[in-house]
Design a binder for this molecule. Structure first.
Ligand SMILES: Nc1nc2c(ncn2[C@@H]2O[C@H](COP(=O)(O)OP(=O)(O)O[C@H]3O[C@H](CO)[C@@H](O)[C@H](O)[C@@H]3O)[C@@H](O)[C@H]2O)c(=O)[nH]1
Ligand SMILES: [Mg+2]
Length: 241
């Protein structure tokens, strides 16, 4: 009897990523093919005005509908809900969540997969704040926001994960479904709440050091509202978990 081959689904949320999308998809496809891995990419585009969806449609023609799904939404509804939306369409056994702007490099995915297999981890999270992980290209303000956000949640909530706000992660699909169903946040704070919920459920979490490189094309969507949302999220978890 042939062994079953695991399939990996990548969720790519996009908002104005027309220039980045073809290259990230090319590199993902290359990584999976070179490592003999069954794969698909689920793109969630929130009506980007720059024509990201037109590019996504061309990529479907190029790589095939069995490898690329486009699951658009009518407006910019935030990162957290983009993952919830994508998960409805995922067909893989494992789900990789990452950014579409090269801050997360596809070449790290085989390391995530190897780490997952090491101890059959439920989740593997990329970390910028352990081992030889790091951040490149951010100004001091953004570095302080990220460090501060991690420090605050670590002290208040103690989930024992070195990078709580990063979003380069691998999940067993049912594990992702369970945690996502419990997570209330919608914006950037979503990533941190996911780790706190995962610990609450007793899921195991492995870590892989990653280099986060700031985007070349386009702009970050992190604004003041997201920071307020984050603080509210920490408070909500502190008072409820
Ligand atoms: N569909 C959709 N996609 C979105 C939205 N907002 C952002 N995205 C997409 O989500 C990815 C990350 O967005 P960025 O705007 O580039 O985020 P960042 O500032 O670089 O923040 C990164 O680091 C943070 C931690 O420091 C992370 O919390 C965050 O998730 C992300 O990885 C990109 O692919 C972007 O197009 C949205 O509302 N809807
Ligand atoms: Mg970015």
């Amino acid at each position: 009897m042939a062994a079953t081959i695991d399939k990996y689904s990548v969720i790519l949320p996009t908002y104005n990523e027309r220039k980045n999308l073809p290259i990230i998809v090319y590199l993902l496809a290359k990584t999976f093919k070179e490592n003999n891995i069954d794969w698909e990419i689920v793109i969630v585009d929130d009506a980007s005005p720059d024509g990201t969806q037109e590019i996504a449609k061309q990529l479907i023609t190029l790589y095939g509908a069995d490898h690329i799904q486009l699951r658009p939404r009518a407006g910019k509804l935030g990162l957290g809900t983009a993952y919830v939306h994508a998960l409805k369409y995922v067909t893989g056994d494992f789900v990789v969540i990452m950014d579409a702007d090269f801050s997360h490099h596809p070449s790290a995915i085989p390391q995530f997969i190897a780490k997952q297999k090491e101890r059959d981890y439920d989740i593997v999270t990329g970390t910028r704040y352990a081992g030889d992980g790091g951040v490149y290209g951010w100004d001091l303000k953004r570095k302080l926001i990220s460090r501060g956000a991690n420090f605050l949640a670590t002290v208040v909530l103690r989930p024992h994960v070195s990078d709580l706000t990063g979003s380069f992660r691998l999940y067993k699909k049912p594990v992702l479904q369970t945690i996502i169903d419990k997570t209330k946040s919608k914006g950037y704070v979503f990533q941190m709440e996911m780790m706190v919920r995962a610990r609450g459920e007793g899921f195991t979490i492995g870590e892989v050091p990653i280099s986060f490189v700031d985007r070349l094309y386009g702009e970050s969507k992190l604004g003041g509202d997201e920071i307020i949302g984050y603080l509210k999220g920490v408070w909500m978890l502190f008072t409820s978990v």
